[in-house]
Ligand binder design. Structure first.
Ligand code: PHE
Length: 450
């Protein structure tokens, strides 16, 4: 079924060999769960926005997920061979157009807007923006191909001529703003130096160490306070429902890499036995600011996944629930309050395995350069299953993989766990879906069933 156009949010886009966006995925566009005021994603949005208030921050959302590859990758300095650009990871509308994979696709537009509004709203030097983002990925209880991110940034003006020579002035301004953010008493592990020549370099041609120390300190304290606020609420909700002692909060900074910030960090929170990555952030690359009409400003940016945080806040065990229209889910939440989700009866799971030989020339993960066969990527299996089972599939995992010693052919076995969040699936229904998966694997990926 080859369609020559895709219609998304009243706009028509021509398709081509790059197109891999399905109707199943497009059916999520326009739900705007973050505006649905009694929905946990909207409640979480409000809670985070309250930490980045006017007049310093404008709080925004972006309805249309369609952006150019320029906005999503090029402007942000993604190298040509970055895996994020590949069709196995990203939903392409056509070769020049994608469903945004992150809210950073809007950074440039918001920087330009800060510049345009400079006269009318001089105190507004930052923003937050929330939006739905799309990634081809695994299927399990914490991954869904559509999720929500919130991005935030804050900028400071530097002297117009030779800002680097006068960077002490800028650093002092940022330090003064840092003093305005109340300190907190949560212990934060932060063992690494702000700048590391190899792992987390200074943009030496643009920034002084002093400026970056100041920006980093302001960034870290701002985000720590936000996370502390969120987890204090989560612990209060947990304690008031279960009566248990709130867990003491443990937070740490780790070094990170993003093409559009340097130095960069991730913030992790210790939650129920594991370190959990909550957000990515860093000092914005000056080249990006120069290309976004604000050459004489410096600053920080962060991006965080809303579902991650909402799952913790509301104790929501499966990411598919956010999309549920079931009143037993929706009626549990009220604007402005954090409550613990009470699971309505858990319906039985039914898992089924499918084993197959890859086509002879296929290589896992790589390109088809050598053999000319169809390259095999696990995300294609995920997408195929999603196209058939949609939200009735809870989890897909590879449970076995081996290469035949004589023929060199590779065999894979996937386990698909079928479960509805809302009802018990009948055997016929599950078998029917699984049969379709099996034949579509042969049709689309050219595998040989075992
Ligand atoms: N866009 C990044 C991601 O999706 C997060 C990020 C945002 C990092 C802003 C740094 C600055 O992983």
């Amino acid at each position: 079924q080859t369609k020559s156009n895709l219609k998304i949010e009243d706009e028509t886009y021509p398709t081509d060999q790059w197109t891999n966006t399905t109707d199943q995925i497009l059916s999520h566009v326009g739900r705007r769960l973050y505006l649905d005021e009694n929905h946990p994603l909207a409640i979480t949005r409000k809670l985070i926005e309250s930490q980045f208030p006017a007049p310093v921050f404008g709080n925004h959302f972006e309805k249309n997920p369609v952006v150019t590859t320029r906005q999503n990758f090029d402007v942000l300095g993604f190298p040509q061979d970055h895996p994020g650009r590949s069709r196995t990871d990203t939903y392409y509308v056509n070769d020049k157009t994608v469903l945004r994979t992150h809210t950073s696709a809007h950074q440039q537009a918001y920087f330009q807007q800060l510049n345009r509004n400079e006269k009318t709203r001089p105190e507004e030097v930052g923003y937050t923006v929330i939006a739905d983002v799309y990634r081809r990925d695994a299927i399990d209880r914490s991954h869904y191909p559509v999720f929500h991110q919130m991005e935030g940034a804050m900028l400071w003006k530097r002297p117009d001529n030779n800002p680097l020579a006068q960077s002490a002035e800028t650093a002092a301004k940022i330090r003064a703003d840092l003093e305005l953010i109340p300190a907190h008493d949560v212990v934060v592990e932060d063992p690494n130096p702000t700048i590391h020549a190899q792992r987390n370099p200074l943009q030496a041609e643009h920034h002084s160490e002093e400026e970056v120390e100041a920006i980093g300190a302001h960034l870290k304290r701002s985000l720590e306070r936000m996370v502390i606020k969120i987890f204090t609420e989560a612990n209060k909700a947990a304690a008031s429902s279960g009566g248990e002692e709130p867990e003491p909060l443990k937070v740490r900074w780790v070094e990170a890499y993003f093409p559009f910030t340097s130095p960069s960090w991730e913030l992790e929170v210790f939650w129920q036995g594991d370190w959990l990555e909550i957000l990515g952030c860093g000092v914005i690359k000056q080249d990006l600011l120069i290309n976004s009409d604000v050459p004489n400003r410096v600053g920080w940016a962060f991006g965080l996944g809303i579902e991650r945080i909402a799952m913790l806040l509301f104790n929501i065990p499966d990411i598919r629930l956010f999309w549920s229209r079931d009143e037993r889910f929706r009626s549990q939440f009220r604007a402005g309050t954090i409550t613990r989700f009470e699971p309505f009866s858990k319906h039985p799971a039914c898992y089924k395995d499918v084993a197959f030989w890859l086509p002879p020339a296929a290589v896992t993960g790589g390109s088809s350069a050598a053999g000319g066969g169809v390259p095999f990527h696990e995300n294609d299996v995920m997408e195929l299953v999603r196209g058939i089972g949609a939200d009735l599939v809870e989890d897909v995992s590879c449970i076995d993989e081996f290469t035949h010693p004589k023929t060199g052919r590779k065999s894979m076995c996937y386990r698909i766990n079928y479960r509805s969040l809302e009802r018990t699936l009948t055997n016929e229904e599950t078998n029917g879906m699984h049969e379709k998966v099996r034949s579509k694997l042969v049709e689309d990926l050219g595998v040989e069933l075992r």
